[in-house]
Design a protein around this ligand. Sequence first.
Ligand code: SAM
Length: 473
Amino acid sequence: MNRSTRPSRSAGTTAKRGHRPAGQSPRARPATRPAAPKLLSPDSLAWAMLVASSCVTDVVAFGRSLTVVLAELRQRDLPPDAVRSQAIDLAYATLRRYCRGDVELSLLLDRPTAEDELRSLLRVALCWLEMHPDKAHVGVDQAVEAAATLSGGRYRGFVNAILRRALRERAALDKAIASDAEAAWQHPQWWLNRLQKDWPDKWQAIADGGNRKPPMGLRINPLAITPKAYVEALAAEGIALQPPVAEDGPEALLLAQPRPADALPGFKQGQVVIQDIGAQQAARLLDVQPGMRVLDACAAPGGKSLHLLQSAAVDLTAIEVDPERCAALRRALESAALPSDRSVQVICADAADTTSTAASWAKRPFDAILLDAPCSGSGVAGRHPDAKWLRREDDVYALARTQKRLLKALWPLLKPGGRLLYGTCSVFVQENDAQVETFLAQTPDAQQLTRVHLLPDARHDGFFFALLCKVLV
Ligand code: SAM
């Protein structure tokens, strides 16, 4: 929608829409976090709301990655597990509601509040009220309890008044949301513009896909158990599956309801890994064979490296540029208990730097290359909703340049007859079709074998894959 049609009470509040204006760096997070909530009972929704709002503040006000914020939260000994998982769910749900809370607050607040924690708590509480309309009084009561722990309790009455007003004025709030494209579709305007241009008939479904809680896909490890035996093990635990789809492959399963990994039979023994069904298509398309020398050029956290290694007895080189992510990748692959007929070498390096003397991994050609390129993540917004708040359109241009550089540098490393799979978890044409078409036009010995668009839906995240073959010219 056009900003000018926003109700007049929102005047002057657009700067508080939550996302940083382009070009502005994130502020540093103050060292002091909200105090341990002595007033709250250990299993209370109020505590979960408070923890969720701290995560939301980290993302929205301080520009931090939700993955990093949640990793820190999981390492802390507080809050208790039940509160933590409720808080994580609430943080995700609140961030998925991109801009809705801002439109609601622009109507509910006479003046924009400068207090990040208070604003986040209100966003979280409004999200909870939307999710649980039948338990509104519980949500208001618990948000007020949470507010009692902020700023010496001076916002208790204020939070109570705002949330009660939100309940009374629901129809007006819904109308304001419906007339604001960013709030209605829960995505930034620049992102919606791209979806509309790239997918004129499907952009609504893609946006809906990015607003949904993602499905939980599993991949059976064929080295450890057969699909039939694993499905029986799930049934014995009463764990229901979605109906299988033949094209997903025999090892792909979709849980009817997400559940903690530890509750899955054989998870600790490596019989199954959690991997989105769309992500599983990368190794299936590359279809590596025993004895192949394979490169995974952008490998962390390693889901696809592991899939390649569990598919065939290959010699895998896994490259990752980020040292911390590389360390995590190394740990993940070392703990995978792989048979001795396959080998893996993990290297921290820029995969586009193939010509320097240090790049000894690039001196011998590969039979198969997976380039799971760094991308905007616009196909996985449901799983990583912080991207809606943190990404800028400029990032897409910068990422497209990196993708191009990687493709160009890695192609010479492929043997004649070898296959390179270019993939992203983006739905933007600039990172996908346009990238591949430019590359094909400029590379005479590259031929496309197949191109796959997986749009995010109730079964999988959004992915793009192009399988290329090196031909003799
Ligand atoms: N393939 C991984 C998996 O399935 O678990 C996901 C890869 S993720 C989409 C892209 C990764 O590429 C990130 O970990 C990022 O740090 C890394 N990366 C970005 N630029 C790179 C470069 N120039 N060389 C190597 N890795 C790079």
